[in-house]
Design a protein around this ligand. Structure first.
Ligand code: AMP
Length: 459
């Protein structure tokens, strides 16, 4: 018997038989690593993207311990969007085909409450939903979580991006602490660790794809002796590599502003952060860069310190760093989590000493820049656009309200919504650029929680 055979697991015979009828011949890597632990009842943190087979991994875990004689909700799966919740529910239903009369209920925003309450009254075994709507049901008393024995946080990183941390905390408070918690996430920002520390017990971390996820940063160096040359080189690099997110380092505060202004003049989506900005301006700049609606951020080392963005396509050193350690730190912001990163460094003859200090074999780091005609090529637009809403926590707006206000009839699909940041009197939401007008119209016409808020597109 092979260790990737489902029959190596102690699954109920009905579940096992159904797997072969679904054509699941053997376990995917994440299933092979996580299922034995999940079935033993322990907590698991799984690194798995859509397509890895993670849904079946936790789905089989839920189904194996389900008590079908009780019609109380025993498993809760939290997902960032309605689309994902629908996919998860349909995969669980497929896996459950062979077990008689299993009820899987989806509870998501953007759909009417009434029918959901009706379904809940008929009893359910497994609830799959989005945090905002689940929390509303808890407040109304229409959903009880007293009998939940398994909690799944699916695409946890996406849920945090969408600002659901507080809502998830409120939901977890209502679930018995004696439970199994399974968390799946494609990436591991620091905030995930803060959740897992609080809500999980001795979790085992399972990384299915760690073998081929070696980080790769390709470094290039470009000699530029005048200010003009340097600026043109920067533009050429951005046109050539078309990064969705590039961090440009300058050595001085004044340079960051000048460089961002010049890039903006040439129609790049660029912004700078430096010590002279007030907190609101700085927050706004960071939010727009991290939600993908501005593709170039120009910063000094000090200003970039608080930047918690680990998914950069490219780092450009507009000025070479004074110190090799700073250089390493800068370029380490790209090529994370197995992605390919590009790090380009501009230097002049006068900066040769700093270059030598890096002790790099320049032979492999030479990538001649295209000629200046290349600058006429069209620039890549950011995939996301930010909507600013003049309402936030003080107006009782929550991320779920914003998702609800954007989706549904006449709105946009949940998977076209990016990061959501809710502040005290304002909120920012990133939506796919091609749908920004639809999103704006929907939120203006249908209002948010019945209230009209001023909403505008940040250009
Ligand atoms: P997921 O990553 O959970 O979205 O799953 C991706 C797809 O793979 C789904 O369509 C599943 O039905 C399918 N799948 C999951 N596990 C297996 C397996 N062991 N063998 C074949 N297909 C699978």
């Amino acid at each position: 018997m092979n260790s990737t055979d489902f029959s190596s697991l102690s699954l109920k015979p009905d579940l096992l038989k159904n797997l072969s009828s679904l054509g699941y011949e053997s376990m995917t890597p994440i299933q092979a690593l996580s299922l034995p632990i999940i079935l033993s009842g322990e907590d698991v943190i799984g690194q798995g993207k859509t397509g890895s087979g993670k849904t079946a991994a936790f789905g089989l875990g839920l189904l194996q311990k389900l008590d079908t004689t009780s019609f109380k909700a025993q498993s809760l799966v939290l997902c960032p969007t309605r689309e994902l919740a629908d996919q998860v529910a349909s995969e669980i239903r497929k896996l459950a085909r062979a077990i008689h009369n299993i009820k899987v209920l989806t509870l998501c925003g953007g759909t009417p409450f009434g029918p959901q309450i009706g379904s809940l009254e008929h009893g359910t075994h497994i609830v799959v939903g989005t945090p905002g709507r689940i929390e509303e049901h808890l407040r109304k008393g229409t959903l009880k979580l007293d009998n939940i024995n398994t909690l799944v946080l699916d695409e946890a990183d996406r849920m945090l991006d969408m600002g659901f941390q507080d809502t998830i905390d409120q939901i977890i408070e209502k679930i018995p602490s004696h439970r199994q918690t399974l968390l799946f996430s494609a990436t591991y920002p620091d905030e995930i660790a803060s959740i897992t520390d609080r809500v999980m017990q001795n979790p085992t971390v399972v990384e299915a794809s760690s073998v081929d996820e070696e980080s790769t940063i390709k470094q290039y160096f470009h000699l530029t002796n005048t200010d003009d040359e340097r600026m043109i080189a920067l533009r050429l690099l951005l046109v050539k590599h078309k990064p969705d997110s590039a961090l440009v380092f300058c050595n001085t505060k004044n340079d960051t502003q000048d460089v961002a202004d010049e890039l903006a003049y040439y129609k790049f989506y660029a912004i700078s952060i430096h010590g002279d900005l007030d907190q609101r301006e700085r927050d706004q700049a960071l939010i727009r860069f991290s939600n993908g609606s501005v593709s170039v951020l120009v910063a000094t080392d000090v200003a970039a310190r608080g930047l918690d963005i680990d998914d950069l396509d490219m780092v450009i050193n507009f000025n070479i760093a004074h110190d090799p350690e700073v250089h390493t730190h800068r370029i380490g912001r790209t090529g994370r989590a197995g992605k390919h990163g590009i790090a380009c460094t501009l230097y002049s003859d006068r900066e040769m000493r700093k270059l030598d200090a890096l002790e790099i074999d320049l032979a492999g780091c030479n990538d001649p820049l295209p000629n200046d005609n290349y600058l006429d090529k069209p620039l890549k637009k950011p995939t996301m656009t930010t909507l600013k809403i003049d309402g936030g926590k003080k107006q009782k707006l929550r991320p779920g309200d914003i998702v609800g206000g954007l989706t549904g009839k006449g709105g946009i699909p949940g998977d076209k919504i990016g990061k959501i940041n809710v502040g005290s009197n304002w909120s920012y939401v990133a939506v796919s650029s091609e749908l920004v007008k639809t999103a704006l119209k929907k939120i203006q016409n249908d209002k948010l929680k019945g209230k009209a808020f001023r909403v505008r597109i940040l250009s």
